[in-house]
Design a protein around this ligand. Sequence first.
Ligand SMILES: CC(C)(COP(=O)(O)OP(=O)(O)OC[C@H]1O[C@@H](n2cnc3c(N)ncnc32)[C@H](O)[C@@H]1OP(=O)(O)O)[C@@H](O)C(=O)NCCC(=O)NCCS
Length: 158
Amino acid sequence: MDDTELLFIQPGHTLYPEELELRYRVLREPLGFPRSAVTFPFEAQSLHLVLRQGATVLGCVLFNPEDAHGGRLFQMAVSPPLQGRGLGARLVIALEEELRRRGFTHVHLHARANVVPFYERLGYEVYGEPFTEVNIPHRHMRKSLASSILPGRRSQEA
Ligand SMILES: CC(C)(COP(=O)(O)OP(=O)(O)OC[C@H]1O[C@@H](n2cnc3c(N)ncnc32)[C@H](O)[C@@H]1OP(=O)(O)O)[C@@H](O)C(=O)NCCC(=O)NCCS
């Protein structure tokens, strides 16, 4: 698995159709939604991080910047045979690194209820009331990206 590469792409990249195919197969087809339900209105303005192995996209995660400080992580998917091997966590951690580099301080997301523990392991917390999206139960979750550097800053200020 060390011949894989994390790559930020945009619609128009040669890997984008592969990314859309993965999103369809993992996030939409199992729920009975058509291919037309894969894309979002804010597709072009979003960051698309893919984990590639050659011309194959094994996983992806997207981020829509909603203002200068934060935005929404969405379309988190790992190829089914490769789930549970740390690839999802690798994608989120790499996305967060890039977001910090760009000056973003917080991330929120709509977590499917069954994957709340995946995001909790990565430092996200549930907030607000449960809700339904794509016909399944979801929870709002969020994380402050600044939190990992705050303890150092605090000790410097103290
Ligand atoms: C959810 C998903 C992205 C996680 O990616 P993954 O590569 O399978 O997860 P990882 O192997 O990186 O897991 C990281 C940790 O989270 C845990 N975890 C992952 N999915 C979990 C789940 N559904 N429930 C509980 N824990 C989970 C893993 O056990 C692992 O724990 P560890 O750090 O103690 O080893 C992936 O399983 C997937 O694509 N699922 C289907 C689509 C989906 O639900 N996407 C999210 C929409 S909100």
